[in-house]
Structures are given as C-alpha cells and as structure tokens.
Write a protein that binds this ligand. Structure first.
Ligand code: ATP
Ligand code: MG
Length: 213
C-alpha cells in the first residue's frame, strides 16, 4: 500500500490533476468528508489528509511514502529524511516582508533600528534577516500575522503573499521578497529504496503533468 500525505484546500485542489495523471482519483472529497484516510480508485494507493505543516513529518517517519508540501513548510521543517525530487509548480506565492503603509522600512534599516517581526516562519525569517546583517526580534505566531503591526505587537511581518489583497485590506505593504514559494513532492528516503518499483511510476507521472508557466 502506498500512502500519500496531502493537506486540504489549495494544495489538494491543485494536486488533483497530478494524481489523475498517475491514474489516482480520491473516492471522497476531503472538503466534505470527515475521514482522515481517503481510499482511491487504486486499491494499492490511499491518501491521508493532514495539516500542511505536518506533511513533512508524516513522510519523514514513513507513515506516508509520498507527500506534497510547500517550500515554506519544508524550509521550516529542514527536510530531514526526505527526498524532494520535484518542484510541482503549484500553490505558488511569495514569502515577503510587509509593514504598515505608513512605516518607512528603508529608513528604519538605515537607522539600524531593531525591528520586531511576527511570523509563522521563524527559521526562514531568521536566516533572511541574518543574511542582510539585520538584528530583529522574532515573535512566533500561528496565524493572522497581518494583525501584529496594526496593534503594536510588531513592526513587520514575514508571510506568504499571492495577490496582496489581505495586505491591502489591512493597510499593509510588501517591502521585501524573502523567496519564491511553490509546492514540492517529498518522498520518504527509506521507502523509496524499498518501494521504488511502485513509487517511480507515480513520480514520473507527476513529473509529466507539471505545468510550466
Ligand atoms: P490555515 O490557513 O488553515 O491555517 P495553512 O496555512 O497550514 O492552514 P494553507 O493556507 O492551505 O494552510 O496553506 C498551505 C500551503 O499552501 C502553504 O504551506 C503554502 O505553501 C501554500 N500557500 C499558502 N498561502 C498561499 C497563497 N496565498 N497562494 C498560494 N499558495 C499559498
Ligand atoms: Mg493559510
């Protein structure tokens, strides 16, 4: 049995065509089903539905053979025990630094101010500011980062941005790109060695179905 770890929402939606290319179709819709293990049309393949941030963990420990996770999540996890053979080019967005519309980010950097930054991506943010030689105080949040600068918790946020609509709605502006984000296929290294005859055709089908745009 091959187990594939996925998260609901955007990643599941954008993964459906890739699964179809490998002849895999979920027998239930994860958005309406309350089941966490979803059977597929292939008796030898099942899907497990987990939080996006938990996908690398399930694959790392071999509870899932394959998984699909954002680069944002993989960078925070560290990637231990995982092969990352494919950039699937789905769930694309950018990791950005954003501040209040009325905040002069460049000036505060020039003055060497020690910024307070809220983020869910502490490891990524730390590496980004360290590479710029900036000293910042990082505060870990688990969601709604946009609120931080509005209520005085922080000067800046590090978060994912796609259209910028959420930033605009909260009178924030993006001031710096941290990196481009998309979702990757991850494979348990031990499972790949043992189950390669089963896994390679799925990986190859995914590779052939990646949209380049
Ligand atoms: P929740 O939002 O329910 O707290 P989550 O943030 O873990 O859960 P999603 O928002 O579905 O889950 O994000 C899952 C993945 O999708 C992220 O890890 C990231 O790689 C990608 N993603 C997140 N936001 C965007 C976006 N605005 N545009 C494109 N891809 C995104
Ligand atoms: Mg989210």
């Amino acid at each position: 049995m091959i187990t594939i770890a996925l998260s609901k929402g955007r990643i599941f939606e954008e993964t459906t065509p890739l699964l179809a290319a490998a002849g895999i179709q979920s027998l239930e819709d994860p958005e309406s089903s309350r089941k966490l293990i979803l059977p597929t049309n292939r008796p030898d393949v099942r899907l497990i539905i987990v939080r996006a941030t938990d996908v690398p963990t399930y694959v790392q420990y071999g509870a899932a053979d394959l998984g699909i996770a954002g680069k944002d999540v993989l960078d925070e996890h560290g990637g231990e025990g995982l092969y990352q053979p494919l950039d699937l080019n789905i769930a694309r967005c950018k990791m950005m630094v954003a501040v209040r519309e009325d905040f002069d980010y460049e000036a505060s950097i020039r003055q060497g101010a020690r910024l307070k930054v809220v983020t869910k991506y502490v490891k990524t943010a730390r590496a980004h500011f360290a590479a710029k030689g900036m000293h910042v105080d990082l505060i870990k949040l688990y969601g709604s980062m946009e609120l931080g600068p509005l209520v005085g918790l922080a000067d800046a946020i590090v978060d994912l941005v796609s259209t910028g609509g959420t930033l605009r709605a909260n009178k924030l502006k993006a001031v710096e790109e941290v990196g481009a984000i998309s979702s990757r296929l991850v494979v348990n290294q031990a499972s790949y060695k043992v189950n390669r005859p089963m896994l390679q055709p799925i990986i190859d089908s995914f590779a052939g179905a990646i949209r380049q745009d």
